[in-house]
Every structure is written in C-alpha cells, then in structure tokens.
Design a binder for this molecule. Structure first.
Ligand code: PA5
Length: 420
C-alpha cells in the first residue's frame, strides 16, 4: 500500500487542506465514469485472453530475438521504459532498444548500430498509427527487418500495439498479418502503461507482469471508495498551488527512477497543464542532483515544493570497508550499509529543504519490486485524475499537443496541411 505524508509547515493551510481532501474524494466516481476512465477498473477487468497472448509473444521474442526494438513516443513509450528501468533493467536474453521517441537521426543510427546484425523483433506502439516520430522509425527498422529475414519472416517478428479497429498501423497490421495488441479507446496514452501498450515490452524484459497487475489491483482496492491517500496528495498539491507553489519536484534517492520520473512528468504535465493552469512537474534524482540543483532548491525562488518518493525496504550488500588508518576521514562510517547512508542523506535533505522554506511531501513505497511499482503507478494515476479535477481541468485530454504537429506538417508539406 502506498502512503502519503507531509511535514506540517506555515505554507500549508490545514483548513483549506481538509476541505480540498473532501472535494478530491468526490472525484473518484467521476474519473471512473469518464469516457477516458478505463484505467480506474483496469486492474480488475483487463482482457485475460490478450494478457495470455502478451505472455506467449514475450516468450517467443525471448526465444528468437536478442533485441526487441520498441517504437513509440509519449504515452506509447514512457511507461514501459519506466517500469523496466526502475526494476533494474532487462533480466533475460532479450535487450530492449527504444526508437521513434525523437526525430534525431543520431539516436536512430545509434539504435540501428546497437541492434547490429543480431536477431531482433519490433513492437511498434501507436494508438493513432500516424505519429511522425514512431512512423518514421518503424519504416526504417521494418526495412532492416525485411532485408534480414524476408517479408514473410519479418511479418512474424512485428508486433503492432494500436487501435482495435482503425488507423494506418491497424490497417497495415491486418494487411501484412502482424500480431496485434490493443490500445483501449477509454484509456489515454499516459494512463496506459498497464495495458498492452506497456506490458509486452515489460514481459519481454523478464518482469513478472502478474505481480505488477496484482500490485495495481491491491492499490485500487485501497483507493476506489474515496481516493484514500491519493486524494490527500491531490488535495495538498492544489492547496500549495493556491499559495503560489506552482512547481513540483519529484525527488528520490534511487537513480533507477530516472525514467519513472519522466513518466510521472508526462502524466501530470499533460493532464494538468492547460487553460493557463497547472503545476509545472520537474524531477531530481538525489544525491546526484543535490550537487547540481540542490543550490536552487535550497535558496532559489520560493515557488517550488518537493515530493519525495521514499523506498521503505532495506537494501543490504554494500558496506563501507574498514582500513587500519583514517586518511580519508571515513572511519566513522566503517561497517555501515550504503543504503543506511543513502537513507540518512534523504532525511537530511528533507530537513534542510524544509528549513529553507520548501514544502515537503512524501510518498512511501514498500519496496522496489513489481507489486510495489504496480501500486505506485495506480496511486499516481488516481492522484493525477483527482488533482486535475480539483484544478478545474479535464485531466484526460491533451489538445495542446497538436499545435507543433500542425505547424511541422505545414513546414514539411504534408498533404492537407498547406498554409491557409
Ligand atoms: O499520452 C498521450 O496521449 C500521448 O503522449 C500519446 O501517447 C503520444 O502522442 C503518442 O501517440 P500515438 O500513440 O497515437 O502514436
């Protein structure tokens, strides 16, 4: 179970907080009933037949591929990369290479070079099937796959995760006979990591997707009636925003969370940043970033608050060795677990930043494992929806994403986008 804590301070208006919690709790039903609220009940009603096909496809890919090239961007990319990297990376034979999440030729060449002449398969993930970044990368890797294996075998190595009924990728998959998985209509990209969008790559990486879904189901059971701790976190964010704290930094002391932070930033940024409103989501991984961003957080403009993701479990194995001398001045740490030192740095950072006028929130996670991560993902999805409703925006749309695309298509000469 995920817990939420905060350090009481003069910046937190307790009465406003209690009122906002009551409001946030009323929005659980609204999220569940929304046309894009499919993620609310997903952990208990996901498609078991498709889930079994995902496992079978992952097994085949593990048997016949050294690499899985995962092609997608935004909500069709960040979730699975976040889960895989937070859990420590690929565990078996098949390594994941990511492509189609930018238009950089350097990055694409790097991905091609990494796959080299090894055996590989492709999971192309795109709800619309027309997003330029993944569409271009798919063309490039599809050509390489066909050159290597021929059309027939290449088609057996392409897994398309897309709309169930329509779109360019769907139509191509049907025409060419690719195995397909579904991006559900009622779940937006940034809420879709626990659908086929994320699960195929996660399973290929050797992660136990049953445990991941179990964790989400357990967290749903805790939150479904009144939002539980997710409603408290959502309410606190809005109370702080009303006081002028319009930047939130997600902080943790585990570098394996770097991509999880990116997933979280998309979730909150795309859900809340609209109509001139929203909290700007930022992130740090400490203690690394204390040596780059720590100065600003401690003493810069007082408009930010920090949310620390705290892993409760202990990690044993690395201790500070004993020497007969104390030339480096570290004798006082001899025999101490590095995890203890890391956690102490975490406590010290929270205390120092709070003393510097930064409101400090905490999200407590039992462990870094599949179950806990499934729970954490569900917790943040629920908190994000409730927080967006408290803010007075629709947390499930992203109309602003189209602006750059329309101008880019105009500049690139895409038919139908000629300058008016
Ligand atoms: O969250 C979202 O909706 C977006 O990030 C999309 O997932 C992203 O733009 C990719 O779109 P598509 O899956 O249609 O290629």
């Amino acid at each position: 179970m995920i817990e939420f804590k905060y350090a009481p301070s003069e910046q937190v208006d307790e009465a406003a907080y209690q009122t906002k919690i009551d409001e946030a709790r009323t929005y659980v039903a609204r999220a569940q009933q929304d046309d894009f609220g499919g993620w609310v009940d997903l952990p208990v009603n996901y498609d078991k037949e498709e889930f079994a096909r995902i496992k079978a496809a992952a097994k085949k890919i593990n048997e016949d591929s050294d690499y899985l090239v995962c092609i997608g961007i935004g909500g069709s990319y960040l979730g699975h990369r976040a889960v895989i990297e937070t859990l420590g990376g690929e565990r078996g034979r098949t390594k994941i290479v990511y492509a189609g999440n930018s238009l950089s030729p350097r990055m694409l060449e790097k991905a091609i070079a990494e796959v080299g002449d090894k055996d590989f398969s492709i999971n192309v993930i795109s709800k619309s099937g027309t997003t330029t970044e993944p569409a271009v990368a798919f063309r490039v890797f599809k050509q390489i796959l066909i050159d290597k294996y021929g059309e027939e075998e290449a088609a057996k190595r392409i897994y398309a995760t897309t709309d169930a009924n329509k779109g360019a990728l769907h139509d191509e998959a049907v025409a060419k006979g690719y195995e397909t998985f579904v991006v559900p209509d009622n779940i937006g990209g940034r809420y879709s990591v626990l659908t086929a969008v994320g699960l195929l790559a996660i399973a290929v990486a050797g992660v136990n997707i049953d445990a991941l879904m179990d964790g989400a189901e357990e967290e749903r059971a805790v939150l479904i009636s009144d939002g539980g701790a997710a409603a408290e976190y959502a309410a606190m964010r809005n109370v702080l925003l009303a006081k002028g704290y319009d930047i939130e930094i997600l902080a943790n002391f585990e570098p394996q969370f770097v991509m999880f932070n990116e997933w979280w930033k998309q979730l909150f940024g795309e859900s809340e940043g609209k109509e001139g409103k929203g909290i700007y989501p930022a992130s740090v991984v400490d203690s690394t970033d204390l040596h780059s961003m720590g100065q600003y957080i401690q003493e810069g403009r007082r408009a930010l608050f920090e949310t620390f993701v705290e892993v409760q479990g202990e990690y044993r194995g690395v201790t500070v060795p004993s020497f007969g001398e104390n030339l480096d001045g570290l004798q006082y740490l001899e025999g101490k677990e590095l995890d203890y030192i890391n956690k102490t740095a975490n406590v010290a950072t929270r205390e120092a930043h709070k003393a510097g006028g930064v409101p400090v929130l905490e999200i407590l996670v039992p462990e870094i494992d599949e179950r806990a991560l499934g729970g954490l993902i569900y917790f943040f999805e629920m908190a994000c929806a409730l927080s967006g409703f408290c803010l007075g925006v629709n947390p499930f749309n992203q109309p602003g994403v189209e602006a750059y695309k329309n101008r880019m298509f105009e500049l690139l000469g895409k038919p139908g986008y000629e300058k008016k």
